[in-house]
Design a protein around this ligand. Structure first.
Ligand code: GAP
Length: 517
């Protein structure tokens, strides 16, 4: 646990030190759970967004994009169920006056039991060595089975109580498990209450005429209300999808874990409209397709897993999370939801407008079913950033900090250095820079010894360093150094563009996804 916390602290300080993420309004001591993306962070975020957009929109002729507004007609949120049911169950500790999400306290308790299972596995792996079979151990070891059963029972009881709005039982569960305030150890709890997560504001010139509106808590509803506009103007035939990326806002109470849970964040969502009855197949298809997108980035298949939901939201007939191994354990990164026809029907009812599709092949109208893929851009950023940050022991006994970002996502693709700041080397380096910048985001640096410049770029995540030396003046060649292997090669200046392109080209990376949809 302490190791995980240390690793997470390193992620936080590295993100600040290397210009990736700053606390919002830091000079005023910041605003809780709100962050700014700095000069490198904004590039990484843009590259992740583009990578998603290209995979989802550009590569699918039956998916188009939109950019709906953040403010929407307030009835939208009545229809979607957010006004009545977008709540978190909260509990206060009477002694510390700290507020917690009751379900998170219970889930954290279960995570501790999972930690015990991990310890048993580690112990057994050590004991049995190469002959250790993890799957078999997990399904036969008495102690592990006991822990698993305990987690199952707790989560089932919590799920049932929340579903039945039985908040008294949620409190009782916290008491039964003897869960204490993580900060003070106090078990002096208030009742559990529901708290709506939407940020409200007012639109209009005067207090009398003002209308209560909300900052959207998800981008999906902007897609639903535009369903028919897009279908008609784009002459879209079912099955088809509408994608969008954009800001969403939630007044999160347990705002912690850096950019994992924010109050202002960005989503990348796609609603796929299908013929009723086919949603199960599409749900399966999209689960696979989205996992392949993640795997194409090469961050290790062992760091992903599916979590199929037992307890379904009122609008869903199937739902799963793609979980990623963050520095604080496996957590939700993306959701894939089979949302039935709930949203379109609800908007039909509240707007009085028909939101149906006329199927020429079947010669009838129907309300399409929807399969949604929804991923938090900031959460994806954290997944990429934390997974890439590594401390490497070098042969000479020193260590280096290296940010092994997938090259396709790296903010700068190459840094260009003149070995010294004289003898015409900066001029050659500048010329290379001026040539490459049409194709790639490149960085120029002539300060400090070249070894120090390499280390700076390793830590900033730049895949290539290009050094111009005195020989370059005669042989039109430079030294190119690879971030991950530290291998150095002499190459012709005229070959640089192709070498970099081969490593960072979106096409090469995306082609790793087998096209399934
Ligand atoms: N339209 C469906 C929807 O919004 P969700 O599970 O509430 O579903 C989808 O959110 C994704 O948005 C999550 O998997 C997560 O990546 C991201 N997300 C949700 N709340 C977030 C928050 N407070 N901060 C950062 N990302 C968040």
């Amino acid at each position: 646990m302490a190791k995980q916390e240390d690793q997470f602290k390193k992620v936080l300080s590295h993100a600040k030190e290397y210009g990736y993420v700053f606390q919002s309004s830091e000079i005023y001591d910041g605003l809780s759970a709100v962050y700014d993306y700095a000069q490198n962070g904004v590039e990484l975020k843009k590259n992740i967004r583009d990578y998603w957009w290209k995979a989802m929109v550009q590569m699918h002729e039956n998916i188009v994009g939109i950019d709906a507004s953040i403010l929407m007609h307030p009835t939208t949120w009545k229809a979607s169920g957010h006004v009545d049911a977008f709540n978190d169950p909260l509990i206060d500790n009477k002694d510390s006056k700290k507020r917690y999400r009751a379900d998170v306290l219970i889930e954290d308790y279960c995570a501790k039991i999972e930690g015990k299972i991990d310890k048993e596995v580690a112990k057994a792996a050590k004991r049995f060595g190469a002959s250790f079979n993890k799957e078999e151990f997990l399904s036969t070891n008495g102690r592990v089975l006991g822990y698993q059963e305990k987690i199952k029972t707790i989560l089932a009881r919590m799920g049932k109580s929340l579903e039945n709005e039985d908040l008294a039982d949620v409190k009782l569960l916290i008491e039964d498990l003897e869960i204490a305030d993580p900060l003070t150890g106090s078990r002096n709890w208030t009742e559990v209450k529901q708290f709506n997560l939407m940020f409200g504001t007012q639109i209009g010139a005067s207090a009398e005429s003002a209308t209560q509106v909300y900052l959207r808590p998800e981008t999906a509803q902007g897609i639903f209300v535009n369903f028919l506009n897009v279908q008609k103007t784009g002459r879209m035939k079912i099955p088809f999808g509408i994608a969008q990326t954009g800001k969403a806002f939630r007044n999160e109470i347990v705002a912690r874990q850096f950019i994992f849970r924010m109050r202002e964040f960005e989503q990348m969502e796609m609603q796929f409209f299908v013929k009723p009855g086919t949603q199960k197949e599409w749900y399966k298809e999209w689960k696979e397709t989205r996992l392949k997108w993640h795997l194409s980035l090469g961050m290790g298949a062992e760091n992903y897993r599916f979590h199929d939901h037992d307890k379904l939201a009122h609008y869903a007939d199937a739902a799963a999370d793609i979980e990623f191994k963050f520095p604080f354990g496996f957590k939700e990164l993306e959701g894939i939801h089979s949302r039935t026809d709930f949203d379109l029907k609800a908007h039909e009812k509240h707007s009085g407008k028909k939101l149906q599709y006329f199927d020429h092949e079947e010669n009838k109208s129907y309300t399409p079913y929807v399969v949604e893929t929804s991923i938090g851009l900031d959460r994806m950023f954290l997944a990429v950033f934390s997974n890439s940050l590594q401390e490497e022991a070098l042969e000479n006994g020193t260590t280096r900090t290296v940010l092994k970002l997938p090259a396709v996502l790296a903010p700068f693709k190459a840094a260009i250095f003149p070995l010294v700041k004289k003898d015409g080397l900066p001029e050659v380096a500048r010329k290379i820079m001026d040539d490459l910048k049409w194709d790639f985001n490149v960085f120029y640096d002539e300060k400090d010894a070249v070894g120090k410049r390499y280390r700076r770029q390793d830590a900033a995540g730049t895949p290539f360093c290009i050094t111009v030396d005195h020989d370059s003046l005669n042989d039109d060649s430079v030294t190119i150094r690879h971030r991950d292997t530290m291998e150095q090669k002499r190459v012709l200046i005229s070959d640089l563009k192709d070498i970099i392109k081969a490593a960072v080209d979106v096409k090469t990376w995306l082609q790793k996804i087998e096209k399934t949809v």
